[in-house]
Design a protein around this ligand. Structure first.
Ligand code: GLY
Length: 331
């Protein structure tokens, strides 16, 4: 495949991608046009990756009249419970010492937020983040304190390391070099944005983070503004991928601010990716993707590498959308 001229355009503009020709590049797997997507309105759920069931659960909850926050947490829990998903919840890959540690955050339409970081033995960490938001005077709890708080709120202690994640970790330990595999090993974080029938937006983000990370490492996902940001007057954004790079650019907050200043969700996601690649010459080695939604239910997404897909539930339809991507290597 010919590498397209996106990088050159980004460099020439200085502030990011030339968006004029790139706005309608986002196409779903059935080649639905961008125009059609943006004309549809109503309760909407979008989530990172092809988490079809999780997004459908959230979408249907919205159609039943549930709040944006309830729907987002219900949707995210599908992946937290999914033992086959090795980067979210129970079954997540451990750190390099064999401990599964989870991160999550939530934001509601009022702008309240809650987060937990580096939590062990608790599966539903997005729901726990909500408890931090609603039941404590704080925004974030970490480690053992977050775990103890979970028990005080009725969460049960669970073994998060499955036999299959343990075997994969043991195999990894025997290898001499650690190279995360783009789109597979390091970032199936579920980030979800929901727009309910009242027109309110909320979001949730949940992950086990980078596979075989150092003990104590926390990425972007529980950090409000990096992994998730909502402004109910504007819209919301969530990130997936190499959290360190999202943290450095406060990516989700950036996208919402760009939308506040007139960018479409698609334009805002493209500029946020451009900010990362323009600052980091190593961008070919990692994947980052953003998804965003505005108050009308218009959505956008952009990523560094091919292979990212997001789900969109709107008007009773749950579709997979594969956005275009920044880096087009010569094959
Ligand atoms: N985006 C998930 C992480 O880097 O932890």
């Amino acid at each position: 495949m010919e590498r397209r001229n996106f990088i050159k355009k980004a460099t020439l503009t200085g502030v990011g991608l030339a968006v004029g020709t790139s706005l309608s590049r986002c196409t779903d797997v059935k080649n639905q046009s961008n125009q059609q997507q943006n004309l549809t309105k109503g309760p909407t759920a979008i989530c990172t990756w092809r988490f079809t069931k999780a997004n459908a659960v959230a979408g249907k909850a919205l159609m039943q009249g549930k709040s944006a926050l309830d729907a987002a947490i219900e949707g995210v829990q599908v992946e937290e419970d999914n033992l086959k998903n090795t980067t979210v919840g129970k079954g997540g890959a451990p750190d390099r010492d064999g401990n599964v540690t989870l991160d999550a955050c939530v934001m509601n339409p009022k702008g309240d937020c809650g987060a937990v970081a580096c939590v062990e033995n608790i599966t539903h960490v997005a729901a726990l983040a909500r408890k931090v938001m609603e039941e404590t005077p704080h925004v974030m709890l970490a480690g053992k304190g977050a775990e103890d708080f979970a028990y005080s709120q009725g969460f049960k202690k669970e073994e998060l390391l499955t036999q299959s994640s343990k075997s994969a970790w043991q195999t990894w330990k025997k290898s001499s070099k650690y190279n995360p595999i783009i789109n597979i090993e390091n970032h199936d974080t579920i980030g979800m944005l929901t727009l309910d029938e009242k027109g309110d937006i909320a979001g949730a983000c949940s992950t086990s983070g980078l596979s075989y990370k150092m003990r104590g490492r926390v990425g972007d996902s529980p950090i409000i503004g990096a992994g998730l940001f909502i402004d109910n007057q504007v819209g919301g954004a969530v990130a997936t991928g190499m959290g360190e790079e999202v943290l450095k650019t406060v990516g989700s907050f950036l996208i919402v601010e760009l939308m506040r200043n007139g960018k479409t969700p698609q334009e805002a996601c493209e500029e946020a990716i451009a900010r990362i690649v323009n600052k980091n010459q190593q961008y070919k080695a990692f994947q980052i993707a953003y998804i965003a939604m505005d108050k009308q239910g218009n959505t956008g997404a952009y990523c560094i590498h091919e292979g990212f897909t997001y789900m969109k539930y709107q008007n009773g339809e749950n579709i997979a959308i594969s956005p275009d991507y920044y880096y087009h290597p010569k094959s």
